[in-house]
Design a protein around this ligand. Structure first.
Ligand code: 2BA
Ligand code: 2BA
Length: 109
């Protein structure tokens, strides 16, 4: 079994979860926040059998898209110790950042 940790943009998270559930996967969604943009994103956990891992990743891939975001000069103001960026910087936020780890033990009780 593998545990998929997928960090996706908030705009795509509902679609990702719905597509995974429709394909028969079980999921858990957390609200999260990226360290760089400080914007909300979502982290989706999917415990999958090894033989369905690629299918799960395909479903995630099909439900997300990359977007450009502006890192505003004001984003970091007011937080002690943070660097101040004096002009807007455009960054491309990926559709999903995915970590796959082996599951040593799985149990439901
Ligand atoms: P954030 O940390 O808010 O990053 C948003 C986007 O800003 C990133 O998109 C990237 O394009 C840019 N960025 C991040 N750190 C940067 C830096 N030090 N210098 C220049 N540009 C930078 P993505 O790479 O697609 O990441 C989207 C979100 O996925 C991230 O939001 C973070 O929440 C998560 N993420 C990405 N890589 C990660 C990692 N290695 N570990 C944990 N979370 C990660
Ligand atoms: P939910 O996804 O909201 O699922 C709640 C309960 O609904 C499940 O309880 C299960 O009894 C049923 N259920 C879920 N998906 C189903 C499906 N495709 N067909 C039939 N019944 C289904 P639990 O299995 O005890 O799971 C409780 C919560 O634990 C889940 O909430 C989910 O947040 C998490 N979870 C369970 N298995 C997971 C996995 N493989 N990966 C990620 N999260 C999981």
């Amino acid at each position: 079994m593998k545990l998929v940790n997928a960090i996706v943009q908030d705009e795509d998270a509902g679609k990702v979860v719905a597509a995974l559930v429709a394909a028969g996967f079980r999921t858990t969604r957390f609200d999260s926040r990226g360290g760089f943009l400080r914007a909300r994103n979502s982290t989706i956990l999917v415990g999958v059998e090894d033989n369905r891992l690629d299918e799960a990743l395909d479903v995630i891939r099909a439900s997300c898209r990359t977007r450009k975001r502006l890192l505003s000069p004001l984003t970091h103001v007011g937080e002690a110790g943070e660097a101040f960026v004096p002009y807007p910087v455009e960054v491309e936020v990926g559709g999903a950042t995915v970590f796959v780890t082996p599951v040593e033990h799985y149990e439901q009780f």
